[in-house]
Design a protein around this ligand. Structure first.
Ligand code: ATP
Length: 538
């Protein structure tokens, strides 16, 4: 069962996972802050990614499905880079969406996100639209059509629907379009290009010489450091460079909670390999990344791997797959992208080396000036790789698994949220809200409670708390009924609650309660830390 989004959003706010940015000033659309629990959760997502992909990666063994052993290393590059980076990467000319403005309501929409149906009443035929996020699109367009034609709901069958839902770009004549929030026809402007990069100015010069951009992806920082990494380490192809960091996109219509934000974090790997093995590496990474989400709890049918059809591929890509999740805020049956895994050939390194080579390998970056010369020159630096064993020199191929930390965090939250019943202090069944997060991701790993605030129980509980606190984020709570304390932790996703009770004073044991099964086992005080470690790191 999909979680109802309003309930999750309200829990996120109430318990401090997510807040609207600058909320006291009315918020800023497309920007989100992570509260005390949210920051732990997101850090755990990033930490799990970094550890699993980089620090604990075994570069001596051939992992299942991999063509050979490989190395992994990390990087942390800047958000603002030389503007030429974005010219050679293609972002300067090509990273845009189309937008339309409504002259009546002054609202702005992403061209491809306005959808609608042709409808006829007598001789009049209009295209009624809604924005793609409407959960019941048909009800929405019907309501608008009735209003436009001044009909009452019971006259709905006088409307003749002439098409299925289609996106606005499929409509040639905008004069018969009823914009999503308009009451008159033909108020939408022709679509216009809108570059998604945020522009800023570096240094005291405020002219165009100082113009720069906030990075819209972390990947380019890796490509431009390819040679530095090679020269400063002893990595050999095949190897990957990983980076986690903020990216910025001036999205026209940020929406769906953190799903489409204007400031977000990416977790990206650029994996460099020999062209002859790149297709095998592409398949390896696609499957490896899918497994990662599954291992951390997105195991059900709401997660899927979708291979792009050939006509969906970017001009340079020889294969792209998306890992997608059926977020509960999307219309039924629709999936949203969590991560894209792309076979990028030698497009990026070649672009940064030469600006462009020939139209075939790099057609869209070819921007010729009026003299027929390339508009953007590459760095001119040698970004080829020389295989020491064979002496072969080549431009490596790149496989890019590119994930969003915020979207992953949101998917883990959606998947974890559930309501069930559990007995309260008096054994009466009560509804409880639970976040069944994987223990590695849980913001608080364990909570320690003295059953009552006397008889030496708090002292024992505090000792256990201090011992655990050396390793994990744990929580101590001695206030209120223990049932209520359990439920607060269930809601925060805390997998284990440790309770010191009367029995502890007799035999030096405590209970460990499991959030999901509600099972309680007694463990010796001296064994608690080891037991918790074992459960979390299983
Ligand atoms: P979409 O089609 O949803 O805009 P994209 O294909 O442009 O995404 P990529 O450029 O492949 O996304 O970026 C890689 C990852 O970065 C995405 O899979 C997603 O997890 C994350 N991401 C991209 N844009 C945003 C955004 N506006 N807000 C949050 N995360 C994002």
């Amino acid at each position: 069962m999909a979680v109802e989004m309003e309930k999750l959003v309200s829990l996120c706010k109430r318990r401090g996972f997510l807040f609207q940015s600058s909320e006291i000033y009315g918020g800023l659309n497309g920007f989100w802050d992570y509260g005390p629990l949210g920051v732990e959760l997101k850090r755990n997502v990033k930490e799990a990614w970094w550890r699993d992909m980089v620090t604990t990666h075994d570069d001596l063994s051939v992992l299942p499905g991999a063509p050979s052993a490989y190395e992994m290393t990390g990087l942390d590059s800047t958000i603002i880079m030389h503007p030429q980076v974005w010219k050679c990467s293609g972002h300067y000319d090509l990273f845009h969406d189309f937008m339309v403005d409504c002259r009546q309501t002054r609202k702005r929409y992403r061209y491809d996100q306005v959808r609608g149906r042709w409808v006829k009443l007598g001789e009049r035929r209009i295209f009624v639209t809604t924005v793609a996020e409407a959960s019941d699109e048909q009800a929405e367009v019907e309501r608008k059509a009735l209003k436009f034609f001044k009909l009452r709901p019971k006259q709905a069958d006088e409307l003749v629907w002439e098409s299925d839902f289609i996106a606005l770009p499929e409509v040639d004549d905008l004069s018969q379009v009823l914009a999503p929030d308009a009451t008159e026809l033909g108020t939408l402007t022709e679509p216009r290009e809108f570059n998604l990069m945020f522009k800023t100015y570096v240094g005291a010069l405020s002219g165009e010489e100082g113009a720069a951009f906030l990075r819209p992806e972390t990947a380019q920082g890796i490509f431009v450091n390819f040679k530095n990494v090679l020269d400063s380490t002893r990595v050999k192809i095949p190897f990957g460079i990983a980076q986690i960091g903020k990216s910025f996109r001036n999205e026209i219509t940020p929406r769906y909670f953190t799903f489409r934000s204007r400031e977000f974090e990416q977790m990206e790997i650029e994996f460099f390999c020999h062209p002859s093995t790149s297709s095998d590496w592409y398949r390896y990474w696609r499957d490896r990344r899918m497994q990662w989400y599954q291992q951390l709890g997105l195991a059900g049918e709401r997660l899927r791997l979708r291979e792009h059809a050939p006509d969906e591929l970017s001009h340079y890509s020889r294969g792209t797959a998306d890992i997608e999740y059926a977020f509960p805020f999307l219309p039924a049956g629709e999936f949203g992208e969590l991560e894209g895994i792309a076979h990028r050939g030698d497009f990026d390194l070649r672009s940064h080396m030469e600006g462009k080579l020939d139209e075939k390998s790099n057609p869209l970056v070819v921007q010729l000036d009026e003299h027929g010369k390339p508009k953007y020159r590459g760095s001119g630096k040698d970004l080829t790789y020389r295989d020491e064993a064979t002496g072969e020199r080549f431009i490596p191929h790149v496989i890019e698994p590119s994930a969003g930390a915020d979207r992953a965090t949101l998917a883990f939250l959606c998947e974890a949220y559930r309501e069930d019943t559990a007995p309260d202090d008096k054994g009466v069944m009560q509804t409880r809200t639970v976040l069944s997060l994987h223990p590695r991701l849980a913001p608080i790993k364990a909570a320690v409670f003295p059953l009552v605030k006397k008889d030496g129980m708090p002292e024992v509980a505090k000792d256990i708390y201090r011992a655990l606190k050396k390793r994990y984020n744990v929580f101590y709570d001695e206030k209120g009924a223990v049932g209520r304390r359990y439920r607060r932790q269930d809601e925060a996703g805390t997998p284990y609650c440790i309770t010191v009770d009367g029995q502890t004073l007799i035999d030096n044991t405590v209970t460990i309660r499991d959030r999901d099964s509600l099972e309680q086992v007694r463990v010796k005080v001296d064994d608690v830390v080891e037991e918790v470690v074992q459960r979390i790191e299983q």
